[in-house]
Design a protein around this ligand. Sequence first.
Ligand code: SF4
Length: 492
Amino acid sequence: MSDAIMPPSHPFDDDKLREECGIFGVVGVKDASTFVALGLHALQHRGQEAGGIVSHDPEHGFNSARRFGYVRDTFTSEKIMETLPGPLAIGHVRYSTAGSKGQTAIRDVQPFFGEFSMGGAAIAHNGNITNADALRRELIERGSIFQSSSDSECIIHLMARSLQRNIPERMEDALRRVEGAFSVVAMTRTKLIGVRDPLGVRPLVLGKVGDDGWVLSSETCALDIIGADFVREIEPGEMIVATAGNEIESHFPFRRRKPRFCIFEHVYFSRPDSILGGRSVYETREAIGRELAKEAPVEADLVCPVPDSGTPAAIGFSLQSGIPYAMGIIRNQYMGRTFIEPTEQIRNMGVRLKLNVNRALIRGKRVILVDDSVVRGTTSRKIKEMILDAGAAEVHFRIASPPTAWPCFYGVDTPQREKLLAATMSEDEMRDHLAVDSLRFISLDGLYRAVGEAQGRNADQPQYCDACFSGEYPVKPADMIEKGFVLKTAAE
Ligand code: SF4
């Protein structure tokens, strides 16, 4: 396959919201790029389309490699890894951004590199810049020449135009112009830099590795794989600068604001073995299942997860309700990229290639199916058909997130609003559309309680970003409004 264009890597998994990026960086270890490759491998769930690594070595300067495909297939080759020497490296895994799905070129794969008068810098970004179109237009008018269609490249051009004397200060300058959600890892010749946007929408954590090394990662699960210790989360609006063997420098370059972390990280995006906000993601998902069982009980014989992401919530539902938990649906773990270019015939098999019903268990039973979300509803419908074909007496869906009725503009790939089932149908209409015996979603308040907010959602000042459920966007999606997106009205 050409190195320039590659289709999305999960042709049968288009009914999920998808995190678009994972970022990782290390300073102060021998062969930092190997650590970065391992970290990116642990973050592969955040983006499977492509990955890139930039390293720096005093003798060889900056080097980079950007490839399509899984980290395990690309950054394990000795030939590639020996081109990335040095004690400092950053990396990125990505799923394509909203505007470039299926048309990604290698030039859009991060990290991006810029050469400035005071030396080079590389940068990788997780999130989405909501005023990128306006910034790009302005920069092009002022003479910038863009190499990619990625909004993250704006940061490099803004840095090039800054009059500050060093790279961290130029980055502060640049990021003050940027709106939206951004967790950034960046590097100079000696420094590893991490930044979170003022609302802290996307995650970023700091770890310590060996005697002198520092690590930045989207999630704690990627610290574990390299034997690093978790130190703390980068705070919303914080910039940290790490050098080998020294203490961390911390700055707060933005106006302080009340944080609005993405609540969907707890529900689905993050790995269950990660820690978010001091809480195990697995335990939070189990708590979501318990809340759901309290809010939407139903008489049934079995609680079954839609694998794998529905599993902890199904366990919580079962523990709370006393209804036995069972693996009624088995996932084929080896789908991988086997059918990267499926034929029409294989495509029609759809979800059956990935999931199969445990018939002996299901026959004659009233089954509760627990899933993390309903996006378009296409997969839910197929799963329901499979369960009924296997002889289930009743099918009840319980969903571990509120109805997803609004698109995300902060670095998560979502269909247009009209393609979201919950944008056009009420809960009862969705139940009829899916033709199930019952369908219930956790309430927004119930979700807040499950993530540790005992009083539920503060309607005046929500503690999290929940825009895809509530339609209340904490950062105005300026580019999208310009393209015709209509914000929620008071009547909705
Ligand atoms: S809109 Fe939804 S998915 Fe996007 S950042 Fe907010 S909570 Fe997360």
